[in-house]
Every structure is written in C-alpha cells, then in structure tokens.
Design a protein around this ligand. Structure first.
Ligand code: ADP
Length: 449
C-alpha cells in the first residue's frame, strides 16, 4: 500500500511535469517563429530601402549569410538572388508572398521552398517601381529549440524529479499515518481530528462492525450456554429412568422380589423405558427443529384434518383419564410441514388431556381466516399460574414435576410446539386461570406457494 500510493503520486507528478514541458515547448516554438517572422520583415524593409537607393549595387554588396534575398520584377522575373543564379530561376509571379506584396505592398508566407528543402519563412515588400524585394530564412526546427534549451531542461527535470520524490514520500506518510494509527477496538478515538476527516465513514463502519461482532459473540455465548444446560438436563433426565430400571433389574436378578411382585416390577421397568423412549424421541425432534427445519418438506395440507388425526391418536389416553375431546371448525387448506403441524396440535391436546380433571373436556377449534389459520386448544384443566406462564415453553420446565412424570411428560412438549410454530412464522398465545383451565391459541400464516 505504501509503495502503491508513493508510486501513484510520483507517476502523476512526472506525467504532469512532462505534459507542462511539452506544452511550454509548443508555445515557445510558436512565439519564436513569430519573432523570427517579425525580424525578417524588418530586414526586408531595410533591404527594400537599400535597393530603392542603390539597386543591384546594394544587393551585390550584401553579405547576408542567414538570409536569402531575391529581387523580383513586377512581371515575376527574378532579377537577383544571392543563393541561386537568377537566370535559372522560374517566374515568381505565382508565389503567395509575391502575389500579396504586389497587391497590398507587403506579403509573407511559410512553406517548403521549391529550391531548398527546408521550411522557409518569406517576407516580401513592393518597391515604388513595382518590383518586389523578398527575404527568406529557414524556420527554426523544434529540435533546434530543444537543443537550445537542453541544459536548463535537464536541470529542471532533475529538480522536478527530486521534488516529486520528496513530495511523494511526504504525502504517502501523511495519508498512511492516520490509517495506521486507527485502533480497531476504539476506531472513533480520533474522529474529531482534522487528519481523520475524510475517513470518518470508514471509522464509523469499523465501529458498527465491532458492535455487531460483540452482539454476535454474545449470542454465540448464549447459545453455547443454552446447549450446555440442555445437555446437562438431558443427561440428568435420562439417568433417572436408567437408575430405576437398573435398580429393579438388580432386585430381580438377586431374587429379592417376591413371586407376586415380579409382574408389577416388570411393569415399572416397561414404564420407565417408555418414558426414556419418549424422551429420546422428543430430543431428536427438538434437535431437528434447532436446525431451523431445513430438511423438512413443505406441502399442501389441511390443518383441520391434521387436528382430527392428532385427536384420534389421543383417544385412548383421553378416555383412560375420563376426558372428552371434541373438534369444531372447518377445512383449513394450508402450506406447511405436516409432521410439525401434527406435532403442534398433538402436544397441545396431550397437555390439555394430561393436566385435566376426570370428567373434564378439551375443545379443539380450527378456524381458517383470510391470511392465517387459527388453532385453539381449550381445556377445563388445572390451569397454569401467572408466574409459570412465562416459563412453560422453556426446555424441561414443568410446573409440577411429579404430576408431569406421573402422566409421562418430558418437559419438552411445549418447546417443540414453540419451535414448530416459529418455523411456520406463526404465533402462540396462552390464556390460563388456575383451577379453571387453559386456552392455547396458535396462528399459522397462510404461506403463499
Ligand atoms: P410436559 O412434558 O411436562 O407436559 P410441556 O413442555 O408440554 O412438558 O409442558 C410444560 C409444563 O407446562 C407442564 O409440565 C405443565 O406443568 C404445564 N402445562 C402445559 N400445558 C398445560 C395445560 N394445558 N394445563 C396446565 N398445565 C400445563
């Protein structure tokens, strides 16, 4: 970066310098050509006076080395030329400067001469007898000018190179010093200083990204903590039934159980293993939901029909606890993940049956609306206290642990419901009164295909 900026400044300085030099040379060349032409005119005027007075004698006595002098008669015949024999020269009537001089008294032109190969400047003056005296000289070539300037130009180039070098290194330093001294942890430190004015947007962006990083870091830490807690809880929840099973098995193995108690013991072992199976199933479901449900298939389905199926599966449990379950509403076609929608309704109904009284009831309502489908699961059960309401969606949270265990709860049902609703971009709301019952209201948006 240092080298790049330095080179850029250095190259720009050199290019600007060379461009100025070429421009100045061009302007100087034009200026000197003008001066040369003016000088030629003065010389021509002097010569015209000389010829007017002494005619050929004057011309013959001239020792002009830098000029070519030609005397042309009014009809174009060359009377004298100090470079070429006048008799051999063609009629000059058609030469531009002669034509002009004959017409206006004075004429000039710049062109390649016919007889000499250089670019020539011509200046012609008409005398009182109608003849014309013409002076010409070779125009200064660009390289001649350059050669004349060579020494000072070289000197200026050297100075310019040295100056550009010093300037480029100082500028590079000035640009880079503020950037290098930015503290990434506190980028706004120098925000009010003059040198940092241009990079304020960059500083603000660094600050913004710092804050974002901190937020992300906090979220990652929080997620790690939740995972840690979850793992600890899972181990604990799995250990309890495992200990019970191994305890019963040990008693059976050591023949410490009376013949009549063998059956109830086997029943307890089966009960505990069923609890474990349910726990493992719930954990698997939750882990899949934690991944955002990416591997789940969205399909066209009818929420009312799904609710009917869930209720059918729970019929045996409901009647064993003497709870009646009913459904009302109408067909609710929707786009969603059928297993998740089933899981939502199944878990809500399961809770409504489990935490109910004998003779109680559960009422499921499926209401298709314009933009969403509302699912209501209302029970006449034990209800949930206000302080517990906030926590029931937490993993492994149970209001009454022993009651939950008694009815085969894992403490994960509502966490699964919450996640499944979230994946459908839906909402869940709970209304409950202790001793009166609970109402769970879920809204699932009608996702467009
Ligand atoms: P569990 O497997 O223990 O039922 P959930 O996550 O489904 O776990 O529910 C968490 C807790 O919320 C339950 O242990 C219970 O105390 C309470 N709960 C859930 N639904 C109801 C309900 N309909 N009526 C009363 N309490 C409920």
């Amino acid at each position: 970066m240092n080298k790049k900026i330095f080179n850029a400044i250095w190259i720009v300085a050199i290019v600007v310098f060379l461009a100025s030099l070429i421009f100045i040379m061009g302007v100087s060349y034009n200026y000197f050509s003008g001066v040369q032409l003016k000088q030629l005119k003065t010389e021509a005027e002097l010569a015209s006076q000389g010829v007017s007075m002494s005619r050929l004698d004057y011309l013959n006595s001239l020792e002009a080395k830098d000029y070519r002098i030609t005397w042309i008669d009014a009809d174009g015949t060359v009377l004298f030329d100090n470079a070429i024999n006048a008799n051999e020269m063609e009629n000059h009537m058609e030469r531009e400067e002669i034509k002009e001089a004959l017409a206006d008294g004075y004429g000039e032109s710049v062109r390649y001469s016919n007889t000499l190969s250089d670019k020539q400047l011509y200046s012609a003056i008409r005398l009182s007898d109608g003849s014309v005296i013409r002076l010409s000289s070779v125009q200064m070539a660009v390289w001649t000018l350059l050669m004349g300037f060579a020494q000072p130009i070289c000197f200026v180039i050297l100075i310019a190179l040295a100056l550009s070098f010093v300037l480029a290194s100082r500028l590079t330093k000035r640009i880079l010093t503020p950037i290098n001294s930015i503290d990434p942890d506190d980028p706004l430190q120098h925000i009010n200083e003059e040198e940092y004015k241009e990079i304020v947007p960059l500083l603000r962006r660094i600050q913004f990204q710092n804050e974002q990083l901190k937020r992300d870091q906090k979220e990652i830490e929080k997620a790690a903590l939740i995972r840690q807690e979850f793992t600890a809880n899972v181990s604990h929840e799995l250990k309890t039934p495992l200990h019970a099973i191994s305890g019963y098995a040990e008693l059976l193995e050591n023949e410490m159980v009376k013949e009549v108690d063998i059956k109830p013991f086997a029943g307890k072992i089966r009960e505990e293993s069923t609890r474990m199976t349910k726990l493992v199933e719930d954990i698997i479901d939750l882990t899949r939901l934690d991944n955002g449900g990416v591997d789940m298939k969205w399909e066209k389905c009818d929420i009312y029909r799904i609710a009917e199926n869930a209720i059918d599966s729970l019929e045996v449990v409901a009647s064993s606890l003497d709870v009646t379950v009913s459904i009302q509403g109408s067909d609710a076609p929707s786009l969603g993940v059928p297993q998740l929608l089933y899981s939502i309704i199944y878990n809500l109904c399961d809770n409504a049956i489990k935490y109910n009284h004998a003779g109680g009831s559960v009422e499921v309502t499926v209401q298709p609306k314009k933009y969403e489908t509302i699912i209501i699961v209302k029970d006449t059960g034990i209800g949930i206290s206000e302080e517990s309401l906030e926590r029931i969606f937490e993993r492994f949270y149970r209001v009454d642990k022993s009651r939950s265990k008694e009815v085969g709860g894992t403490g994960l049902g509502l966490s699964i419901v919450k996640h499944a609703v979230m994946i459908h971009n839906g909402k869940i709301e709970v209304k409950s009164k202790v001793g009166e019952g609970t109402e769970m209201i879920v809204s699932i948006p009608n996702k467009q295909e």
